[in-house]
Design a protein around this ligand. Structure first.
Ligand code: ADP
Ligand code: MG
Length: 261
């Protein structure tokens, strides 16, 4: 029997590729036959938009899951991709932190709601660009944290703050929380800076860094406006190839049993 895997995709920096990774990893896992649920935990709702869930289809959202009585089954909905479901987000979610802060056991709200997800499901949580109560809820609910890191100057700077938060969550609410890995994103192989950042990350973080690096690729940035993962928008692009390779490495790290697609 396959386990339930819950992975928070987190980095307090915005624009590092969290949402792009959530969408494309989710699509790749789903296409490989794994039941996958993406939870959009960012009030910007970019994961929802990128998967074609327009405003009329956001009647039940992550906000209802966190603040209302809704169960996961009440709020999850299908996407255009088989096996990939999503809990969409709207700007409402920006007030959820305040509501949550007044709730008993405020760091465990998402964790409790995810207890009802069936075994054999992979849950990916697309975190907001902050280490506030929403991201902490994701880390408390998760088995592990996947950290997208943009290959740019000072990329490693913000990482210690993130790791401190992971340590605090481990000491307080989720002893089992692990780091799944670090995914280098938006790399420009032609620049020495990009190569230097990659070398630094591998020297500092060792095997935590995924072998596959996601290149900067215009097709990746175009895909959201077509409401599709780049995997579907342009399957032969460099971005798609990289995300497929990464998804295979991710599945191996989770020891996922391949399923008949
Ligand atoms: P985050 O969720 O961390 O804020 P996003 O995934 O939304 O980051 O990415 C930020 C922006 O960069 C988006 O416009 C996205 O389309 C673009 N982007 C992400 N990854 C790539 C890539 N590999 N190549 C080109 N553009 C990318
Ligand atoms: Mg995002």
């Amino acid at each position: 029997m396959d386990d339930l895997h819950i992975v928070a995709i987190a980095n307090q920096k915005g624009g590092v590729g969290k949402t792009t990774t959530a969408i494309n990893l989710g699509a790749a896992l789903a296409q490989a036959g794994h039941d996958t649920i993406l939870i959009d935990l960012d009030a910007q709702g970019n994961a929802s938009t990128g998967l074609g869930i327009d405003a009329e289809r956001r009647k039940k959202t992550t906000f209802d899951l966190l603040v209302g009585d809704e169960t996961i089954e009440d709020v999850v909905q299908d996407t255009a991709i088989r096996n990939l479901r999503i809990v969409p987000a709207t700007s409402d979610l920006s007030s959820a932190e305040i509501e949550l802060s007044q709730t008993a056991d405020r760091v465990r709200v998402l964790s409790k709601k995810l207890k009802q997800v069936p075994r054999g499901t992979i849950v990916l949580i697309d975190c907001p660009p902050a280490l506030g109560l929403l991201t902490v809820n994701a880390m408390v609910a998760a088995d592990s944290v996947l950290v997208p890191l943009q290959t740019e100057f000072l990329a490693l700077e913000g990482l210690s703050q993130l790791l401190t938060t992971v340590r605090q969550v481990r000491q307080s609410a989720n002893r089992e929380l692990r780091i799944n890995g670090v995914l280098l994103t938006m790399a420009d192989s032609r620049t020495t800076l990009s190569q230097q950042v990659e070398a630094d990350a591998r020297a500092t973080l060792g095997d935590l860094v995924y072998p596959t690096v996601i290149p900067r690729n215009v097709r990746v940035s175009e895909a959201p406006s077509h409401a599709q993962p780049v995997l579907n928008y342009d399957p032969m692009s460099k971005g798609s190839t990289a995300y497929r390779n990464f998804a295979a490495e991710f599945a191996a790290r989770l020891k996922l049993i391949p399923e008949a697609a």
